[in-house]
Design a protein around this ligand. Sequence first.
Ligand code: GLA
Length: 417
Amino acid sequence: MTDAIEQVRQAFSERYGHAPTVVAVAPGRVNLIGEHTDYSGLPVLPIAIERRLFVAAAPREDEAVVRVASEQFETPAEVVRGVANAPVHAPWHRYVSGAVGQMEGIAPGMGADILVAGDLPAASGLSSSAALAVGLLAAMGAAWGEALDREVLVTRAIHADRASGAETGGMDQAAIVYAEAGHALRVDFEPPARRLVALPAGIAFVVANSGVEAPKGGAARDSYNERVVGARIAAAMLADQIGLDLTNPPRLGEIAGVDVVDILVDELPEKISPVEVSRTGAAGLEQLVQLTAARFDHMRKVPVRKLARHILSEAVRVDDAEAALREGDLAAFGKLLNASHESLRADFGCSTPELDALCKAMRAAGALGARLTGAGFGGYALAAVPPEQVEAVIAPAIAATGGPAFEVHASPGLEVV
Ligand code: GLA
């Protein structure tokens, strides 16, 4: 990695005519299991990977402007600090202005020159946007002599990431900041907690591109937000059934442990719109649509029963998968990945024919289990594979979609050098 950092420093100096003072190294993440659970306050089990973004930065004292060039994208971003609504010439500029906005009040008057490089593919479900936000915040903080504390960094990166308009949860940022080599990171949100889970010998991970892009700022955003709204509707209606105080409707994670919930889920309407729910009094329209308000059709019927069924069952699979890893029961772990994919496909509805075919091909080639990873609607699939089968699984994955497909290793989280 030192070579890669040196290259970024050099490229930075060539572009700006002076050396960077800091390089933040922000990894991508692959979620092993616990998909679409985080925004309901339910657990996730991701790893960080050795595909990374390098964010090199140097402070500028002459003007409060943050300039960000990227080796991956052509048009640089330029954000004047303190000015809302910076011009967006490319989708990734939203994350830049989101991150700069999160530095409001920190080292006011300072600007920065920044270069982003690395080998983490964008719009693929490997968390390039969260890595960008985390890397930018860490680099700006360090360059301005005001390094953000890790908890603050995670929270601000979550807000910066939401600049895309997707009401994402907090999994990606926690994984990127707190992951450690050789371990998965179990993250709980209700109440917040984290613990490392050592990965047993005998398991390797392959990720494979489905060939369909899933940009969080694009079509995938609306599909994602619809599911976030669906999860809120389900939580509000279940809380109403149980007789909870609805002033602040809970998230599914707050009621998942209540005995009757599993039965009540089957009694949720198959589809219902936010407007219809607000008429029942279970929750106000605003509480249901929140950030999405301007973009969400309030009359749109959302398949709440199936969404809730996936989310609640997926949370149980996270517990079971963690136990399987701790016990070294890799066959059980693989089956849980397959069950997660099936639930995401049939109940949650975020798989695609390409992702299904990819998972099938990798299982047939000897994977212990395979599932889509990340938000879905395209992007990457993950396979857990016996180490000696890695090549045997990569080849058919590439044949199925054209690739890329490659092995990933559980890697360290954010480093600032
Ligand atoms: C995206 C979001 C995460 C999470 C996943 C789905 O990656 O950024 O917060 O919701 O989708 O598990």
